[in-house]
Design a protein around this ligand. Structure first.
Ligand code: IPM
Ligand code: MG
Length: 355
């Protein structure tokens, strides 16, 4: 097959993990006779430095025309001034919105070889295999009004948590479809005891659930969910929740996997075009040192092969290779190992070339 992939390495460790993952992608494609065309663009701080904006129209249009977009990370202390009007994160949020990728899939698995890398007790980690579906183009991140103003009582700021029923419906529906292929449990997470938007969310989730009698639905308040993620993480199958709750819960869930560097994500909408990025950030403190863990980015490439290019075999080939490498305790520094970013990619490549 033939496909166009837009690459947005971004800031900090983004370019390092991207080049590790793209080496693997190129090798798998070559092996299997697929022709991939790559185009690279700036996003985030590096784009602000060059163009004055976090994402140019040219880059955005190229992403819209591609079959899939791979993204490293954005942001860093250089662009962190709260008074600045252009911010690296704007590029990422605009990209998600403009691509219409409303569902962000964040799978969390605990590799048996890594149970000791997590601060949780090994017995609590047994059987952890969940996928968090985070709503990605609505809620607090995009609601209007959003403003800051001086008033006689002092300066005030407003963010708005807003959802339309159709925004809830489409992401919850996707969560149910996923759950139907897994352990058939959906946990919808909200704050319905306080927030109106959550009461709408809960009602819509209930309605969608009726279409999937083979999948069980439970509702959980977000504070309870944050506790259960640590006290009984193996009890979750598919979690679906609004944008900011999902942002917070997935950082928490990454602790289960031993390192933020392990987790991939796929952002999907109504077409095959998807946006794939690790859940970790730009990690400016270790940028340029060739020590970042590329696994989250590599597994994001696997998700891209699965969801956008429909190459299931190739996706699981990469996932198996990563699994195998970790089983043999070949690890980067975040997990107590000594492999560099490049070496981690080398050992994954070596495993793939043998199969
Ligand atoms: C994430 C990140 C982003 C988010 C930031 C960088 C805007 O934390 O992808 O989880 O909040 O969505
Ligand atoms: Mg986050």
């Amino acid at each position: 097959m033939e496909a166009r992939i837009a690459l947005l390495p971004g800031d900090g460790i983004g370019p390092e993990v991207m080049s590790a993952a793209v080496r693997i992608l190129k090798m798998v494609a070559e092996h299997r006779g697929h022709k991939l065309h790559f185009e690279e663009y700036l996003i985030g701080g590096c784009s602000i430095d060059t163009f004055g904006v976090a994402l140019t129209e040219e880059a955005l249009n190229a992403c819209k025309k591609a079959d899939a977009v791979l993204l490293g990370a954005v942001g860093g202390p250089k662009w962190d001034n709260p008074a600045a009007s252009v911010r690296p994160e704007q590029g990422l949020l605009m990209l998600r919105k403009e691509l219409g990728v409303y569902a962000n899939l964040r799978p969390v698995r605990v590799h048996p070889a890594l149970v000791h890398a997590s601060p949780l007790k090994p017995q609590q980690l047994q059987g952890v295999d969940m996928i968090v579906v985070r709503e990605l183009t609505g809620g607090l991140y995009f609601g209007k009004p959003r403003l800051r103003e001086k008033t006689p009582q002092g300066e005030r700021a407003i963010d708005t948590l807003e959802y339309y029923d159709f925004e809830v419906e489409r992401v919850v529906d996707l969560a149910f479809r996923l759950a139907a292929t897994r352990r058939k449990m959906v946990t919808s997470v909200d704050k319905a005891n306080v927030l109106e938007s959550s009461r709408l969310w809960r009602q819509v989730a209930q309605r969608v659930g009726e279409r999937y009698p083979q999948v069980s639905l439970s509702h959980m308040l977000v504070d309870t969910a944050s506790m259960r993620l640590i006290s009984s993480p193996a009890s979750f199958d598919v979690i679906v929740t609004e944008n900011m709750f999902g942002d917070i819960l997935t950082d928490e869930a990454s602790v289960l996997a031993g390192s933020m560097g392990m987790l991939p994500s796929a952002s999907l909408g109504n077409s095959n075009l998807g946006l794939y990025e690790p859940i970790h950030g730009s990690a400016p403190d270790i940028a340029g040192k060739d020590i970042a863990n590329p696994v989250g980015m590599i597994l994001s490439v696997a998700m891209m092969l699965r969801y956008s290019l429909k190459l299931e075999e190739e996706a699981s080939l990469i996932e198996k290779a990563v699994d195998q490498v970790i089983s043999s305790q070949q690890l980067t520094a975040d997990l107590g190992g000594s492999l560099t970013t490049r070496q981690m990619a080398d050992v994954v490549l070596e495993y793939i070339s043998k199969t």
